[in-house]
Design a protein around this ligand. Sequence first.
Ligand code: ATR
Length: 276
Amino acid sequence: TLLLGVMGDPIGHSKSPAMHNIALEASGIPGMYVPLHVKPEQLGEAVAGTKALGFSGFNVTIPHKVEMMKLMDELDESAICCGAVNTVVIKDGKLKGYNTDGIGYVRSLKEELNSELSGKHITILGAGGAARGVVYALLREEPASVTIINRTVDKAEQLATEFSHDTLQVQSGSYDTLDKVLPQTDILINTTSIGMSPNNEETPLEQSQIPEGIVVSDLIYNPLETRFLREAKSRGCTVVGGLGMFVYQGAYAYEYWTGQSAPVSVMRSALLEAMN
Ligand code: ATR
């Protein structure tokens, strides 16, 4: 029996157990995915405990994603680049840390657009932890350009410098530079927390600033449609919400643990149901 779980503090609100337990059941894999309430001061003991108990792996959520880096025997490139671990695989008594958030988001974006991202001009709002994962994953898709816009411009610059490589110079700027950047943008992605939580009507851009007919995406999945996406829709944009990111970060984790492809549509319905 596969033992899996998710460590966080708090953890009661997590939708991951519902999503993964249904996935295991749908695939006929005997297993159980449990919420693990772990306080920061007991993280080390809790991680050691999963090994002792024979867990095959676990997810990591707030506030443990960065601290988890130090507790791994091995780190995947995704975790190193993001500086955070959201998925742990336990094999032969060794812990390997991954980060599936950014690659999960990019997989959902490609899936929902039914299109590759190569050659696209992509603009990202925000330069925090979420943006880092997304930039990491986007750069593997050979976009034509990536521009990071942030309120604190230093953080955007830092991220851009860190991820720039020989073939692609990542750009950065303040919201004031958007007048120049947006006319060149094919895909605009909000990674900031603006508009998070239901009934929140804040939005990162004025409706009139949103270019007509481009792709606009928001990592936020609660609400399912932020004001930003609603207004983008009314500007004739194709919109992609954040639910798919949650589904696919879980799908990657599931695939690492089980070696089987994840039943994505079952996971999506379970997640939607758990949100109601
Ligand atoms: P996460 O891990 O979710 O990305 P984070 O690392 O705290 O969280 O980053 C939050 C992002 O949202 C940052 O880019 C932040 O901008 P600053 O770096 O300038 O703080 C952005 N953000 C949050 N509230 C904002 C606001 N009211 N206006 C503009 N940007 C905001």
